[in-house]
Design a binder for this molecule. Structure first.
Ligand code: ATP
Ligand code: MG
Length: 577
């Protein structure tokens, strides 16, 4: 057994041990069911000899009853063992799913966005669900059928060891063939999995970009791309089937060979008077019965190998290092952020998007970031809650390097609103109180009022209980922004960052929100990014950025005279209104 398989099996076993009750029950019933099979096969000889050879015909009527009883018990025990083994498998799989889910929560943001999103999602969803039936089946098969095989071999050996050995020579061929085919199936399965991921990704792209696609004059190009993916998927799927079915056929062929051997040689022995018909019948039955579990076992092995392929991708994700913070817990900030010569690039082979940025963001003041699109404003603020860490340079909060803080407590300081806020497929209430689970209805309502969201929530038939999402209500961009703002007003975190947070609102609503924000001034650190300069003119400090650098810093009036870029931005804004 290779290293990977060992690790896989010991991992699965470790998971299974957590549910030892199911494992034990499953094993017990498997043992009972195999014993019944063994008993039935073994008893053929004494019964045959007693009833037919010794001519006790009056007992013959019990034979069908005996057979019926054995089959009934076997069926009953099989049912129980299948039930408990399936329960075990699903529990193990759900355990893995939960682990994956938790893992995704704690992986660094930079890593999560680097992975192709379709791939990561397919890993979590597809790989686990593909392991489940395989594992559910394999678990039972491996345990029950291998027990049965051993019991049957023991019975056969007991009858005639020499004949049994003769038949067992087909076993190595089966084992070797299964192994080779199993490995191939695993490789193919792993590729299929990846292809499924790509397909999921592509399909998602179509739905997301459907409006753009509808405007494309010829759809042939896109269709061709998609059908190429489908073709690849088709070929890979067939490959898996090919290997899986071949290993089944191999066992069938060997069954034929075994049958031929036993009938040929056994018949020869009977004719020579060296074997009793009862023993021959029992032996024959044992051998024929062995091949069924063997066929199942070989399928289970291929299945296990396939599951292993899927598992290796799950393991890869599970082994990724989680983000880590320090031990310093923080509840508020009194000094502010200090960025020292901070440079940043998203990737080693991408250009720097922040270059030697040094900046002080004083606590409880309002700081505005302005600059042309692509200047690095959003990038800069995403360094503050450590969504990314600087490539070079250092960031301090209240004189401590950011890495020293406990991540959860650091991030709990923030409330952030983006241009395209994300809302969960939950009720409005749940979406809002996510940031403050103990909030009262009064608090939620007043937060919504401050964010100018109450006017539309009020009109909904279910109010705050309205569920968002595919089946529920779809919100407009501006409504989403207002809900995200309501979250901030509800939580009232020490640091509030608004990145184009009111860009989709009309001027009147924006004005009302600005006024509401004014009430937070002096108590909270406010960092605002806005293209509409009316929002920022009142800031305590305006930072002008261009191409990853800070090119101006000061109050509105100072910058108007000192920074040509700021003047230009402001004038073009003035012209627009
Ligand atoms: N996830 C990312 N991976 C790689 N590059 C990125 C990523 N996000 C942004 N960039 C690049 O970083 C640069 C700065 O982007 P950023 O979003 O910080 O600009 P911005 O000032 O916020 O612009 P805008 O006003 O348009 O929002 C851009 O050149 C952009 O291409
Ligand atoms: Mg931006």
């Amino acid at each position: 057994m290779d290293q990977d398989t060992k690790r896989f099996l010991s991992y699965i076993f470790l998971q299974a041990r957590a549910h030892s009750r199911f494992l034990l029950l499953g094993l017990t019933f498997a043992l009972l069911s195999s014993s019944i099979t063994g008993l039935g096969t073994w008893s053929i000889k004494p019964i045959f000899n007693f009833v037919f050879e010794e001519k006790n015909y009056s007992y013959f009527k019990f034979v069908p009853l005996y057979i019926l009883l054995l089959f009934f018990l076997n069926g009953l025990f099989s049912l129980f063992q299948a039930y408990y083994m399936k329960a075990l498998a699903v529990r193990v799989i759900n355990g893995i799913r939960l682990q994956l889910f938790r893992k995704c929560l704690f992986l660094p943001y930079s890593l999560l966005i680097k992975e192709r999103s379709g791939q990561t999602v397919s890993k979590v969803i597809n790989d686990t669900s593909q392991i489940e039936p395989i594992l559910g089946e394999s678990f039972q098969i491996v345990i029950k059928e291998s027990l049965t095989v051993w019991v049957l071999i023991a019975v056969a050996f007991y009858q005639r060891w020499d004949l049994t050995l003769l038949i067992l020579i087909t076993l190595p061929i089966i084992i070797y063939g299964t192994k080779v085919l199993g490995t191939k199936a695993r490789r193919a399965r792993s590729l299929t999995q990846r292809a499924t991921g790509e397909l999921t990704h592509k399909t998602g792209e179509i739905i997301h970009g459907i409006r753009e696609i509808k405007l494309v004059p010829s759809k042939d190009f896109l269709t061709q791309l998609f059908s190429k993916e489908l073709e690849r998927f088709y070929r890979l799927s067939l490959k898996v089937t090919k290997y899986r079915e071949s290993s089944k056929s191999l066992v069938d062929l060997m069954t034929g060979l075994g049958g031929a051997l036993i009938i040929g040689y056994g018949g020869f022995l009977i004719i020579k008077g060296n074997l009793s018909p009862g023993a021959f019948l029992s032996l024959m039955t044992a051998m024929l019965l062995i091949y069924t579990p063997l066929r199942k076992l070989s399928r289970a092995y291929t299945g296990l190998k396939e599951a292993q392929g899927a598992w290796s991708r799950i393991e890869e994700l599970l082994s990724k290092e989680e983000e880590r913070g320090g031990g310093l817990r923080v509840l508020e900030t009194n000094v502010g952020f200090l960025l020292k010569e901070v440079s940043f690039r998203y990737n080693d082979d991408l250009p720097y998007v922040l270059e030697k940025v040094s900046l002080f963001i004083p606590a409880r003041q309002m700081v505005a970031l302005v600059g042309p699109s692509g200047a690095g404003k959003s990038t800069l603020i995403s360094l503050l809650p450590r969504f990314f860490d600087p490539t070079e340079g250092k960031i301090y909060l209240d004189d401590h390097p950011l890495e020293d803080f406990d991540l959860e407590s650091l991030r709990n300081l923030f409330g952030m609103v983006w241009q395209e806020p994300f809302l969960f497929n939950l009720s409005l209430w749940d979406n809002l109180t996510l940031v403050k689970p103990m909030a009262t209805e009064e608090e939620v309502r007043s937060a919504c009022e401050l964010a100018q969201a109450w006017e539309f929530i009020e009109k909904l038939p279910q109010g705050l209980d309205t569920v968002l999402g595919e089946e529920g209500l779809m919100l407009s961009g501006g409504q989403k922004q207002r809900l995200a703002l309501a979250r901030v007003f509800l939580k009232k975190p020490p640091i509030i960052i608004l990145d184009e947070a009111t860009s989709q609102l009309d001027t009147l609503t924006e004005k009302a929100i600005e006024n509401a924000l004014q009430t937070l001034r002096g108590k909270h650190t406010l960092i605002v990014i806005a293209h509409r300069l009316s929002t920022v003119t009142k800031a305590d400090k305006i930072v002008v950025m261009e191409k990853g650098r800070i090119v101006g810093e000061g109050r509105h009036e100072d910058l108007l005279s000192q920074s040509p870029l700021y003047r230009e931005l402001y004038q073009s804004f003035q012209r627009r209104i």
